[in-house]
Design a protein around this ligand. Structure first.
Ligand SMILES: [Zn+2]
Length: 422
């Protein structure tokens, strides 16, 4: 997938770099000719040709013909997108989704199950293993072709990509059961029983997966965007200069916990006045007191608001106003080209997006307000999974991984052929 990133042309490769680095250039550009690869890598023709031969023999690249109307059409080397599989898992607070994709991050098969994340890693990850085994069997997928796994979790993640961070409070909603659990290690442990070879497994904050997926799916030409999803939870991720912005603790863009001094509403993070506590569906359900027990999902809030429930309309309006303020502050900090608003509450009640946009733009420099776009997204539920698959792809096709696979004699199946791995 081109991923909207600039082509790697001009990024000179070191002579000691292997075929994997050449594959990274091919992948990021969407396809390159030998001539383009020589110019872009700065390597000698003989070196480029021998590395392309290895990548072709290993099934990592396939050749196509560039669509040019004049002259002899040059051959283009492209990633063999059907040569391998990726597993993407999106663990949400109430539901977990699993997808198997090809190497273009296109979803081939999906499964999911309802389970509160507070059930803990033993039960949730055990069910992930069971459902993944069923999915592989049902769709007749070859587990030996799985090249990477990525897991999005509804919490902060250690920057090593291995585990959730320790909790900040003992309040329900912050997932203390997951603290210090080596999620990636637990997943690696069950893969052999499914017929999956040792492969990279990485964990990221679900909000980062969401931002990445939304970006690649709908706005690949945009380099700087802020993605906000408002449903029962509030998630926000940032793409900065064509990359997920993670910050020092993996929490960059976490607008959900920006507090308002004037508010005494308690948040799951242990503090008061956070945006999530007044604007998310869960926050509003808590503010409803006993009535909140009837609110199980964003759909319930949408239905009640559409029926004219004044208490809920007032809470939703206040929440949207608060979100407008924090989004405005984020715009002033980041100066993105685009803010994308999505999620069940925005989809069901588009007036909330209008309110967030109005307040946010009233808070920022007029020059910024005149140029930024604040748009609604359909935000397909699969967006987080596509973002996770992209993360798995980055790990699976890391140049060192590709070089090691070629050294081991791995051969990916070519389109239309069966598995020929040796
Ligand atoms: Zn908070």
């Amino acid at each position: 997938m081109a991923a909207g990133s600039a082509m790697s042309g001009g990024r000179a490769l070191r002579v000691e770099s292997g075929p994997g680095a050449l594959l990274a250039m091919i992948r990021e550009s969407g396809g390159m000719t030998t001539r383009e690869l020589i110019a872009g890598s700065g390597l000698a023709r003989a070196t480029v040709e021998s590395r392309l031969a290895r990548l072709s023999a290993g099934g990592f690249v396939v050749q196509g013909v560039q669509d040019r109307t004049t002259g002899r059409p040059p051959r283009v080397f492209m990633l063999n997108e059907t040569g391998g599989l990726l597993v993407a898992v999106d663990i949400g607070t109430a539901r977990t989704a699993i997808s198997v994709t090809d190497l273009s991050c296109k979803v081939i098969a999906s499964a999911g199950f309802d389970m509160a994340v507070s059930a803990g890693p033993g039960l949730v990850l055990g069910e992930v293993a069971t459902r993944l085994r069923q999915l592989i069997g049902r769709e007749h997928l070859d587990p030996s072709l799985v090249m990477g796994v990525a897991i999005g979790v509804p919490d902060a993640v250690d920057l090593s990509g291995e585990m959730a961070r320790p909790p900040l409070s003992d309040l329900p909603g912050l997932h203390t059961e997951w603290a210090d659990v080596g999620i990636a290690r637990e997943v690696r442990a069950f893969l052999p029983a499914l017929g999956i070879r040792p492969i990279p497994v990485v964990v990221d904050n679900g909000a980062n997966c969401l931002a990445q997926g939304e970006w690649l799916t709908s706005w690949p030409q945009t380099r700087n965007l802020l993605v906000l999803r408002l449903d029962m939870s509030l998630a926000c991720g940032i793409i900065s200069n064509g990359q997920v912005l993670r910050g020092a603790n993996g929490l960059a863009g976490d607008l959900a916990h920006i507090p308002d001094e004037g508010s005494e509403v308690r948040c799951v993070c242990g503090r008061t006045g956070c945006a999530a506590a007044v604007a998310s569906g869960q926050g509003i359900a808590r503010l409803l007191g006993e009535r909140g027990a009837a609110v199980r999902g964003a759909d319930d809030l949408v239905r009640l608001a559409e029926a004219g429930d004044t208490e809920i309309l007032e809470l939703l309006h206040r929440g949207a106003h608060r979100l407008g303020v924090v989004v405005g502050a984020a715009i002033s900090t980041l100066d993105p080209e685009l803010v994308v608003l999505g999620g069940g509450l925005i989809e069901g009640l588009p007036g909330l997006a209008d309110e967030i946009r109005r307040v946010a733009l009233s808070q920022v420099h007029p020059l910024v307000a005149a140029h930024i776009a604040v748009l609604r997204s359909r935000m397909d539920p699969a967006v987080g999974l596509i973002g996770a698959a992209q993360l798995a792809l980055e790990q699976a096709l890391d140049p060192a991984q590709v070089d090691a696979a070629l050294d081991r004699g791995v051969v990916l199946p070519l389109p239309g052929n069966g598995s020929v791995e040796t």
